[in-house]
Design a protein around this ligand. Structure first.
Ligand code: ADP
Ligand code: MG
Length: 317
């Protein structure tokens, strides 16, 4: 089978000719594989790192054969996964290595929407090769008294029965600041959540976009709180270059003015790039650098931060 062979051999400068000799139909084969991978990604609608890995191998294979490879998209995940475009306040490589040795404890990923929290939460499970049970906070919340607590307990039991790592995505309700006597019910829920979390034997990850209303007492109970922020300018440039390269604009052809303009957009996330690529696919045209910049700018212009900034600016005027 060609793919594991490629993964094992790596890709050096002799690779394309070696590949053509051993398999003259290599490109046709790679194209066929790509369409299978795309179908699989489309039908599952999930982050599937093994498929992503095959896709990365295919992408290397295409470029070794001198053919541009356009990344597949499944409506949620159009950019090949890479850790270096995330901007957390903790070293994720180190963390993943630590979790490989010891996949236990509680981690809270919080802050900027679209910054890669949910996607990262899948990453350690894949690296460790363990199942990941994923629940959303809204699936657990119930209007009936005592039901939310039951659902929380059932979630932890299910993870333990499967020896699975657990992700509670958009755990907002469980982490909300509940100060105020009229919120006794929420206090009970949050407490139940914290008790269950501490008793859980495997890694538990909670993610939330909450910024101002995170409960300090809940947060303290997590072994690690990781704040995900907007991309740094050099990270945004990495993704910009990657997208442009795939569309036939190599690094050296990109004027430095693009880098300057991109650097002025201060609230970019990987999700903005993903959204731009989905939009490109739907509209059926291919980005040039100006086109991508314009879409990224418009994505960021509608963010609340941008609105605050412009209000502040006109107030000064
Ligand atoms: N490390 C990454 N590499 C490439 N694309 C990413 C990465 N992290 C996130 N993305 C893209 O950004 C989108 C939003 O990420 P997500 O993890 O859902 O953000 P959050 O949970 O912080 O709101 C994903 O669907 C994916 O397309
Ligand atoms: Mg998320």
């Amino acid at each position: 089978m060609i793919i594991p062979d490629l993964a094992l051999k790596g890709f050096d400068s002799k690779f394309p000719s070696a590949l053509r000799q051993t398999r003259p139909d290599a490109l046709g084969y790679a194209r066929e594989m790509r369409s299978h991978v795309r179908c699989a990604l489309k039908s599952r609608q999930v982050f599937d790192f093994s498929l992503r890995h095959i896709e990365r191998v295919l992408s290397n294979m295409f470029s070794a054969l001198g053919v541009p490879y356009s990344a597949a998209g499944n409506g949620t995940y159009p950019i090949p996964y890479r850790l270096d475009v995330l901007n957390p306040d903790t070293d994720l490589e180190r963390l993943t290595a630590g979790l490989k040795r010891n996949p236990t404890g509680g981690i809270c990923l919080y802050r900027v929407p679209g910054s890669g929290k949910t996607a990262y939460a899948h990453y350690p499970a894949n690296e460790i090769d363990r199942p990941l049970l994923v629940k959303r906070g809204s699936d657990l919340m119930s209007k009936y008294v005592g039901e939310t607590e039951k659902n929380l307990a059932a979630m932890f039991r299910e993870a333990e029965a499967d020896n699975a790592l657990l992700l509670l995505d958009e755990a907002d309700g469980c982490l909300r600041d509940c100060t105020g006597a009229h919120r006794r019910r929420e206090v009970t829920q949050v407490n139940e959540f914290l008790v269950q979390m501490e008793a859980h034997q495997w890694l538990f990850i909670a993610s939330t976009n909450l910024m101002d209303t995170l409960d300090a007492a809940s947060l303290r109970r997590f072994d690690l709180k990781i704040r995900f922020d907007y991309m740094r300018p050099e990270q945004a440039w990495l993704l910009f270059e990657q997208v442009m390269q795939e569309r036939g604009f190599p690094e050296e052809s990109l004027a430095s003015s693009f880098r300057r303009q991109l650097g002025c957009i201060t609230s970019l996330t990987p999700d903005d790039f993903a959204t731009a690529l989905r939009r490109e696919r739907i509209l059926g045209d291919t980005f040039n650098p100006d086109g991508l910049l314009a879409v990224l700018e418009s994505e960021c212009a509608v963010k609340p931060e941008a609105r605050h900034r412009s209000i502040g600016f006109s107030a000064v005027l």
